[in-house]
Write a protein that binds this ligand. Structure first.
Ligand code: FES
Length: 103
């Protein structure tokens, strides 16, 4: 299990013990944190848009080209935006801080 901190739209901070191998989209969706993941992770929606806390972005890494194309359509796009379905939970991400952006 890896501890992931989600900052919700209402400012609340939720710490979730996430199963390794799941994606951030799956973790946020399954815990009702305001992420839908409509396409199920096939990079054809923006409903899993998350914003990685700046200090963590180098560890998480940048979006892949397909993901970047889809992120161009996201509301509230930021320099550390990613699609949550493209980030796998691993022990290296223990303590990660993820912001849920505005819809
Ligand atoms: S769930 Fe649709 S792109 Fe991530």
């Amino acid at each position: 299990m890896t501890s992931i901190n989600f900052k919700l739209r209402n400012g609340e901070l939720r710490k979730i013990n996430a199963e390794d191998g799941l994606t951030l989209m799956e973790v946020a969706r399954d815990n009702d944190l305001g992420i839908e993941g409509t396409c199920g992770g096939s990079i054809s929606c923006c409903t899993c848009h998350v914003v990685i806390e700046k200090d963590w972005f180098s560890k998480v890494g940048p979006a892949n080209p397909d993901e970047e194309d889809m992120l161009d359509l996201a509301v509230d796009l930021q320099s550390t935006s990613r699609l949550g379905c493209q980030i796998e939970v691993t022990p290296e991400l223990d303590g990660l801080i993820v912001n849920i952006p505005n819809e």
